[in-house]
Design a protein around this ligand. Sequence first.
Ligand SMILES: Cc1ncc(C[n+]2csc(CCOP(=O)(O)OP(=O)(O)O)c2C)c(N)n1
Ligand code: SF4
Ligand SMILES: [Mg+2]
Length: 494
Amino acid sequence: MADKVLYTRSKGFFPSFERRPGPIKTNMHYCPGCGHGILHKLIAEAIEDFGIKDKTILIAPVGCAVFSYYYFDCFGISVPHGRAPAVGTGLSRANPENIVLSYQGDGDLASIGFNQIIQAANRGENLAVFFVNNAIYGMTGGQMAPTTLPGQKTQTSPYGRSVSSEGYPLKVSETVAALDAPVYVERVALSTVQQIRKARLAVRKAISNSIERKGFSLVECLSGCPVNLKMHAKEMNEFLDNQMSRYFPLGVYKDIADSRDPLVRPEKIFDVKQVRELLYPVKVSDGVSESFRNPSRIFTTERRVKLAGSGGQGVLSLGYMLATMGKLRNFNVSWLPSYGPEMRGGTANCAVVISRHPIGSPLVDKDCNLLVALNQPALEKYLPTLKKNGILLYDESNARCPEDPGEERVIYTLPASDLATQLGDLKYANSVLLGAIAVMMDDLYLDEEDKVDFDRVFEEAIMECFREKETVIQNNIKAFYIGKENARRITRQG
Ligand SMILES: Cc1ncc(C[n+]2csc(CCOP(=O)(O)OP(=O)(O)O)c2C)c(N)n1
Ligand code: SF4
Ligand SMILES: [Mg+2]
């Protein structure tokens, strides 16, 4: 009698899996008894049975489920912690044919990404969300999660979660179901066979809602993390079915999909002209024509500038002054500061783009035309991003001229910090460097008529940036002219 194969690998999975690297060659990425494996199987089978492999995008979170991309044979994308609802929104709106599955842990969805999921649910995005609630941060070794039970011991709550200190566990299904937009919310448990069968139906219901474009569905899965909870399989199931289910009752919290019509979103716009008209209500020139608001011949092509140094050196204001100049002379400009810990004495940088045309990207990570380096680390880090024939301007009080500056670079320098200190305050170093930028522009870009105008525009930019602080304005203008007097072009390679 021929063997009858009852269970086999779902075609929603790859034909073969990479094993987890390490000494034990048979290990998978998930620990034995982990709930993620069970949910993976339920989703993979649904993908196969619905025949949607070619239009399904599974968003892998930060957390143990990031390993999903080793297993699922559909489209996949990894996103930053908690950001699956935002990325999912983009994926589903850009192409409503996409079936977008947002797979998230409790740390990912209920902690760092809680606002994201609530907003996406409230907008009724066409997403099927699978929320794995294992009451702990599994991947990072068992820290307390927003869903950790009262009294539950974790690495970061060794005496048990105290509700008077850490508050109560977040009830995600109840919260999402209370919103108007979501169409389906159910909480299931990945424990006994009976519960897993219910989970299987819930997974299918959420995916079928997505296929029918009914909007937002969420399936919360109470799931085991036996390794971090230090339980064997039987204990783990008992924990899920008795303790977790008592706090997080299982069941359907909302199911109104049948009463909703399929979502209709605004029509997609692929026409470039139409997009431009919407994005740029003020008409800007498509090319360098007589009608351009700045009739001068300067900057016929886009100028991309990187300014970098240490926090506190005025790098961001220097970039801002430069962008203001462009703005004052009717160019399109962008100024992109890099904030964050860098503001506290580390490195600081910003990017400025000045263009006659609409600016595509404000990032200046490569093909930089001008690098202004206020210290040595900034010079070394960003020199490789400078274009061939690009211009380097550096503060020689803090940085050395590179021995090999690369292909045909034009180099300007001056001791900006020393000159500023002589002027009474190191913080004027940025305006001293602005003076050096003026020299560089005089040499390379400006004709006689423009030169006079540009001194004026530098002054106007300083005035606009330090508005109403008369002494500061005067000192910065003074610093600007000191920079102009002292800047020198030192070499041109090649
Ligand atoms: C922005 C950011 N913050 C913190 C981390 C560290 N981190 C990695 S996984 C994780 C928690 C994951 O827990 P959960 O979402 O519950 O997934 P599980 O592993 O339990 O399935 C954290 C905090 C990170 N990778 N990125
Ligand atoms: S640490 Fe926990 S959640 Fe992560 S794979 Fe292991 S059992 Fe699963
Ligand atoms: Mg977790």
